[in-house]
Design a protein. Structure first.
Length: 232
């Protein structure tokens, strides 16, 4: 996140005080639960639902990707798998639907993979910044505004590939041609709901204030509270 001057953190004064009093700073379990719960709630805000299944939700995949972006790939995969299990239970209760269970476990589970890329990118950039002497005076190392976007795009691309595979594996229509099954019923159909949500999310992530807010939350979630953030 690019911080132009020290007033960014100074302007967070009242917010910082609230986070400290409520124990929000560097509480992995708390942010893990909050992001997981947010992902589940947002997954039921569905502005578009396709006739044969597949929903466009409002930023639910981003909430799950953020777990990995905050805490790394393995924690991200754990969060994504918990999201998949909870979602499946809420959607299908005790009914066994192999196709949907596979789609949930593998499809949603892959959303955590982006955390490996996000953390590696962040460490690489932080090391380069320190070696070049470009560390901010307030102690906040600029990680680059594109890191979260790349992390998200990697995760949702894997989610999309799994969705296409799932359609071919479990919903193949023998009365249609191979090309129709691959293109119309899989590639295009999955792009209809996965791609639409990705487009909405990317547009939102391109807003600098949104990226700054998410980077600030990551800072809070991964650092101990410091009384005066200007004096790092």
């Amino acid at each position: 996140m690019k911080i132009e001057n020290k007033t960014y953190f100074r302007n967070q004064g009242s917010r910082n005080q609230g986070f400290r009093n409520q124990g929000f700073w560097n509480r992995r379990w708390l942010w893990f639960v909050l992001l997981l719960a947010m992902g589940i709630v947002l997954s039921y805000l569905q502005p578009i639902t396709l006739a044969e299944g597949g929903e466009v939700t409002f930023l639910s995949m981003l909430a799950i990707v953020l777990i990995g972006y905050f805490y790394g790939g393995w924690t991200g995969i754990l969060g994504a798998l918990l999201f998949a299990v909870i979602k499946y239970f809420l959607d299908y209760h005790l009914t066994l639907n192999v196709a949907e269970l596979t789609d949930y476990i593998f499809g949603y589970g892959l959303l955590g993979v982006g955390g490996f890329f996000g953390n590696r990118q962040g460490r690489h950039q932080s090391r380069n910044a320190q070696e070049s002497g470009s560390v901010e005076k307030n102690g906040f190392v600029e990680e680059g505004s594109s890191t979260l976007l790349r992390c998200y795009l990697l995760a949702v691309t894997l989610r999309y590939i799994e969705s296409v595979w799932n359609c071919l594996q479990y919903y193949y229509k023998p009365w249609e041609s191979l090309w129709e099954n691959i293109w119309d019923e899989s590639i295009v159909y999955c792009a209809g709901y996965v791609g639409a949500e990705v487009l909405i999310t990317v547009v939102i992530l391109l807003i600098p204030q949104v990226r700054d807010a998410l980077e600030y939350l990551k800072f809070v979630a991964t650092h101990d509270y410091v009384e005066d953030l200007d004096t790092f």
